[in-house]
Design a protein around this ligand. Structure first.
Ligand code: WQD
Length: 339
C-alpha cells in the first residue's frame, strides 16, 4: 500500500519513511525542502537499499497534491509538513498560520477531491499548554501559548469537523512529546539549521565542541532538581507509532487522538548526565534564567496509544543519547557535507 509522507524529508519524516518500508508499506515523500535537505534522499536510499520515491513541491499547491495522490494511488497520508519553531512562530505568526493551516487545508481539499480518506496528523503535546498536572492524558484541556501551538490546535479542530462531516474519513491525531535521537545506522538524524532551539541537538553540538556550553533554562522549577522535565521519546519509537496508526486506520479503526510519549519524564540535568555517559564527552553547562513560555513539567500518560494502537515506546534514554551522539559525531555538519 502506498502512503504519502508530506514533509517526508524532515527529521520525523525520514525516520517514518524507514519504519513504513520495514513494515511492508510503500512510502512516497512530498517535500519542498524549505526545512529539510535533499541529501536525505540519498541517505535513505543507502539505509533502505531502495530507490526513494519523492515528489518535490509545496503541500499548499492543491492541484500538485491531487496529482501526486492520483499518480501514486495513495491509500493514506501522514501529514508532517509544517513549521515547528516555537520562538519563530511568536516573531512571525503569519508565516505559521499560512504554512501550517494553509498546508493542512490544501491537503484535505486534495484528499477530498480524489477520495483519499485516511489521514495521520503530526500534532504536539504543546496543545496541552501548561498542564494542571502530570502525566498528561488526552482528555486534558487544550490551550495554546504561541502561534505554533495554536496552529496544531486549530488543525486538530479542522480534522474533527471534517470527520464529523464525512464519517468515512479515518483520522489519527498523534500528539508528540519530545522526539530525540536517530536511527541506529547513523546515516539519518536531526539536523536543525543554525543554532538549535531544542535540547538534544544543542547538547550534541556542545559535546562535539561546536558550541561552548549549554544554558540550562531555569534551575528553580518545582521539579526534583529544579530543571525542566520533559518526556523524551526515541524518534524510531515515534516513527513506529505512525506505522501503527496507519495500520489501525487502514484496518477500519475509528479515528483517535493519542499521546506519543514514554510516560517517563527526565530533567535537563538528567539528560545532560545520560548524554555524557553515552558519548564519553563532557557537556559543559550552566544554569541560566528560565526561557519564556516554558512549562515546568510535561510528560505523557501513554496508556491510550497502547490500548488503541497496540504501540508503546521501547527505547531508553541511554539509547536516545547514544544514537543522537552516533549521528552527530558521524555527521558534524549534518547533511551539508553531502554533495
Ligand atoms: C526541552 C527542555 C528547556 C534548550 C518544543 C516544542 C514542542 C516540540 C519539541 C515541535 C526544556 C530545556 C532547551 C536549551 C535548555 N516541537 N532547554 N536549554 O520546549 O519541551 O518542546 O520542542 O513539535 O512542540 O514546544 O523542547 O528541547 O526546546 O526543551 O535548558 O538550550 O530543555 O527549558 O525544559 P520543548 P526543548
Amino acid at each position: 500500500m502506498n502512503i504519502l509522507l508530506t514533509g517526508g524529508a524532515g527529521y520525523i519524516g525520514s525516520h517514518t519513511y524507514v519504519a513504513l518500508l520495514e513494515a511492508g508499506y510503500t512510502p512516497v515523500i512530498l517535500d519542498n525542502f524549505s526545512n529539510s535537505h535533499p541529501a536525505v534522499l540519498g541517505r535513505l536510499q543507502r539505509v533502505t537499499d531502495r530507490q526513494v520515491l519523492c515528489e518535490t513541491g509545496d503541500v499548499r499547491d492543491t492541484a500538485f497534491v491531487q496529482d501526486v495522490l492520483r499518480k501514486h494511488s495513495i491509500q493514506a497520508v501522514i501529514h508532517l509538513a509544517g513549521d515547528k519553531a516555537v520562538g519563530e512562530s511568536v516573531a512571525n505568526p503569519l508565516k505559521y498560520y499560512f504554512n501550517n493551516l494553509g498546508g493542512a487545508i490544501s491537503l484535505m481539499q486534495a484528499m477530498q477531491a480524489v477520495d483519499c480518506k485516511v489521514l495521520v496528523f503530526s500534532s504536539s503535546a504543546t496543545v496541552y499548554g501548561d498542564p494542571a498536572s502530570v502525566p498528561i492524558a488526552e482528555h486534558f484541556p487544550r490551550s495554546h501559548t504561541n502561534p505554533y501551538g495554536h496552529t496544531k490546535l486549530v488543525i486538530e479542530d479542522m480534522l474533527a469537523a471534517q470527520s464529523a462531516a464525512r464519517p468515512d474519513w479515518k483520522v489519527a491525531v498523534l500528539r508528540y512529546f519530545n522526539p530525540v535521537g536517530a536511527h541506529a545506522c547513523g546515516l539519518i538524524g536531526e539536523d536543525p539549521a543554525g543554532i538549535p532551539n531544542n535540547l538534544m541537538p544543542y547538547i550534541s553540538r556542545v559535546a562535539l565542541g561546536q558550541l561552548p556550553f549549554l544554558e540550562v533554562f531555569g534551575g528553580d522549577y518545582p521539579t526534583p532538581d529544579g530543571t525542566g522535565v520533559r518526556d523524551y521519546i526515541h524518534v524510531c519509537d515515534l516513527a513506529e507509532g505512525h506505522v501503527a496508526a496507519v495500520r489501525a486506520m487502514l484496518g477500519g479503526s475509528s479515528g483517535m487522538q493519542v499521546n506519543l510519549g514514554t510516560g517517563r519524564g527526565y530533567s535537563v540535568l538528567e539528560v545532560v548526565r545520560a548524554f555524557e555517559q553515552a558519548s564519553g564527552r563532557t557537556v559543559r553547562h550552566r544554569i541560566a534564567p528560565r526561557r519564556p513560555g516554558d512549562v515546568a513539567q510535561c510528560y505523557a500518560n501513554p496508556g491510550l496509544a497502547r490500548q488503541q494502537l497496540g504501540w508503546q515506546a521501547r527505547r531508553t534514554l541511554e539509547q536516545m543519547c547514544a544514537d543522537a551522539w552516533r549521528w552527530q559525531s558521524g555527521n558534524p555538519n549534518g547533511y551539508r557535507d553531502d554533495a
